[in-house]
Design a binder for this molecule. Structure first.
Ligand code: HEM
Length: 368
């Protein structure tokens, strides 16, 4: 399919879909032809105007500012905290006969980590979870009525989030600490500071971009290892393989399958005629299995080298949280493997994929 029809127009969604590695990386990184400002965001929608949805020159200004809260030094300083959070979750799992990996571990871990990094009170974690779920709600096959309800919910969630983060930011202005919000309140690039509204948009983006993706990376990694016993055995013998195993999970079961862009001007692309304003989905998951780039692309190879996957995107929007996601996955998997070296699928295991064209993961993963 990928080779026969590398790009096609889907009548149902009214959007283009592109599948080849070269095309997907081109679309994602070529901001002069493919814009990230793909939705008509209302002026006061802080998420819709956040980093992920803007083009240069605004994107560069914002990205330079927020980079300050995601430097390798800042990331390293969070490592002991992530280890501690993983240990606490694992302690609660040890007594259980069946572990439901998603609910017991891979979902709470990133939520707690990001709440800690933003420096919000831990008693409010349930709100974080609720909000991040509501933000990604929405089904590809939804009816118009369902879309309307989802849209209303989105607007309400956005109001709650706006109110919540406004209060936190106002409080932090007088009580600066080591957290991301405090770092950004002090950050400046070319004499420009982050506005409150931009900061709120960024906090919401971190919730949305960082939680479910990392949950799915951890879940997909455990699923793959339990499914590929030889690889699991190799990894247990040599935990040094963990970073390359994580890269291979990112490639083989990419947590984000597609990202879209808006065509900026009429053009011919891969033999088809794109029109200004058309939406185009760049299928990262397909690109990462393109046989012309990866030998035996459908195979999981724990020590694949080289592995130039684009699971974190490509170009100026390359995932800001990639070092964090990699670190969380490394700590989480190391601790899981050390605590449960004999883990296997539970007997009544039923695979329930998440129903989405964008995120790739499992709703549940029972293990024993
Ligand atoms: C952007 C994937 C984890 C924050 C992106 C993009 C991808 C991606 C594909 C590019 C979007 C585009 O080109 O339009 C992933 C995956 C993750 C992950 C697969 C986990 C396995 C995280 C985490 C955070 C994060 C943990 C932060 C806490 C962001 C931000 C952007 C982004 C802020 C926007 C960057 C920009 O537009 O300049 N991510 N992400 N991500 N990601 Fe991640």
């Amino acid at each position: 399919k990928r080779e026969n029809e590398p790009i096609y127009f889907d009548e149902k969604s009214g959007q283009w879909n592109a599948f080849l590695y070269d095309d997907v990386s081109y679309i994602l990184s070529n901001y002069e032809q493919f814009s990230s400002a793909r939705y008509q965001a209302e002026e006061r929608d802080p998420f819709g105007n956040s980093l992920l949805f803007i083009d240069p020159p605004k994107h560069k200004q914002m990205r330079d500012l927020v980079n300050k809260s995601f430097t390798p030094k800042v990331m390293r300083s969070w490592e002991p905290r992530i280890e501690y959070i993983s240990d606490t979750l694992i302690e609660d799992m040890i007594e259980k006969t069946t572990i439901e990996l998603v609910n017991d571990f891979s979902m709470p871990l990133p939520v707690i980590v990001i709440a800690n990094m933003l420096g919000v009170p831990t008693e409010e974690l349930h709100l974080f979870k609720k909000w991040s779920d509501q933000m990604v709600e929405g089904d590809y096959n939804a009816s118009e009525e369902e879309i309307k309800i989802t849209r209303e919910k989105y607007v309400n969630t956005m109001k709650e989030l706006f109110h919540y983060f406004s209060e936190i930011i106002n409080h932090k202005k007088n009580h600066l600490q080591e957290d991301i919000i405090s770092i950004l309140l002090q950050a400046e690039v070319d004499g420009k500071k982050v506005s409150d509204e931009e900061l709120i948009g960024f906090c919401i983006l971190l919730l949305v971009a960082g939680n479910e993706t990392t949950t799915n990376l951890i879940t997909n990694a455990v699923y793959t290892l339990l499914d590929e016993q030889d690889s699991f055995y190799k990894l247990k013998q040599n935990l040094q393989l963990l970073p390359s195993a994580i890269e291979e999970v990112l490639r083989h079961r990419s947590p984000i399958q597609s990202m879209n862009r808006k065509v900026k001007k009429d053009m011919e692309f891969r033999g088809v005629q794109l029109k200004e304003g058309d939406l185009i989905n760049a299928f990262i998951g397909s690109a990462n299995r393109d046989e012309s780039k990866f030998l035996q692309a459908d195979q999981f190879m724990i020590d694949r080298d080289p592995n130039h996957h684009i699971a974190f995107g490509s170009g100026i929007h390359f995932c800001l949280g990639a070092p964090l996601a990699r670190m969380e996955a490394r700590i989480a998997l190391k601790k899981l493997i050390e605590s449960f070296p004999n883990m296997h699928f539970s007997d009544d295991m039923e695979i329930q994929p998440i129903n989405s064209m964008v995120v790739y993961g499992l709703k549940k993963l029972p293990i024993q």
